[in-house]
Design a binder for this molecule. Structure first.
Ligand code: GLP
Length: 256
């Protein structure tokens, strides 16, 4: 599938598509090529609505035999503190529904932070050690939060931050409320790979869709690089690509 030309004069290669499905297809093509070259590739995976079309396309390609994840390894970015792994709102449960139930990635090579760990510091150190032992992430997919957070690195997260326990902003908890039963609180804390950890991935592929992300995208690309805009730190990466739909890109045009 042809890839649209990147928008000019932006700090990172940024492509705008009329339909998010085109971004999902393009990134699935790239993943297919990577996995055919390196079947044992290490993939960094995100949750949220943004990557769902990509995961659906990947599952279809595994089902039809075009792609295999049988020798791949995955690391998810983050997990809520205090949720059991089988809680429907947990990111582990999200990934089981969105991808892992449909593909041949062996369970023992699906890595998650354990949100129930008694010692969060030790759990985060374990995760960093697992990432190093796996040789780091070859290909990381990312979404962007409405407040320009990356994973659960909220505004104020330093660009060299590591995997750690964080407090979630009220805005983030509200955005994730639909994933929880009405009578349950969205957790106030999470374990997340840090920005410094994420920036060590060899390739970053960022997607953002919808008007609710337009301000975050503009701040990430056109504002100063600063901790208050975690997504702005992605500009420091040597191989990052941004895929937007028209609504998420609407604040980028000069007269926006
Ligand atoms: C959550 C996740 C992020 C994700 C963000 C955006 O906070 N921790 O990894 O990028 O939400 O989610 P969505 O794709 O649903 O807009």
């Amino acid at each position: 599938m042809s890839r649209p030309a990147p928008l000019p004069q932006l700090p990172v290669p940024t492509r705008v598509v009329s339909d998010p499905r085109r971004a999902a297809l393009a990134l699935a093509d790239e993943l297919e090529a990577l996995l055919s070259r390196r079947p044992e590739a290490v993939l960094g995976l995100a949750t949220g609505h943004t990557p769902l079309l990509l995961y659906r396309e990947l599952a279809e390609r595994v089902r039809t035999g075009r792609v295999s994840l049988a020798r791949a390894t995955s690391f998810n970015l983050d997990e809520y503190v205090g949720l059991a792994a089988d809680h429907p709102g947990s990111f582990r449960a999200f990934m089981a529904r969105a991808l892992f139930g449909e593909v041949d990635l062996p369970p023992e090579r699906r890595h998650f932070l354990c949100g129930e760990a008694r010692d969060a510091r030790a759990e985060c150190a374990r995760y960093e050690a697992s990432l190093s032992a796996a040789g780091g992430v070859d290909w990381q997919v990312l979404g962007i939060g409405r407040n320009a957070h990356i994973a659960f690195n909220e505004p104020g997260s330093p660009s060299d931050s590591r995997t750690r326990r964080v407090e979630l902003c009220e805005e983030t908890r509200a955005a994730n409320r639909p994933d929880f039963p009405p009578d349950e609180e969205v957790p106030g804390e999470a374990l997340t790979m840090g920005l410094g950890t994420i920036l060590e991935a060899r390739r970053l592929r960022v997607m953002a869709f919808g008007a609710s992300k337009a301000a975050a995208v503009r701040a990430a690309l056109l504002g100063p690089r600063r901790d208050e805009v975690p997504a702005s730190h992605l500009r420091a990466h040597p191989d990052v690509e941004l895929w937007l739909d028209v609504d998420a890109a609407m604040a980028l045009s000069p007269n926006a």
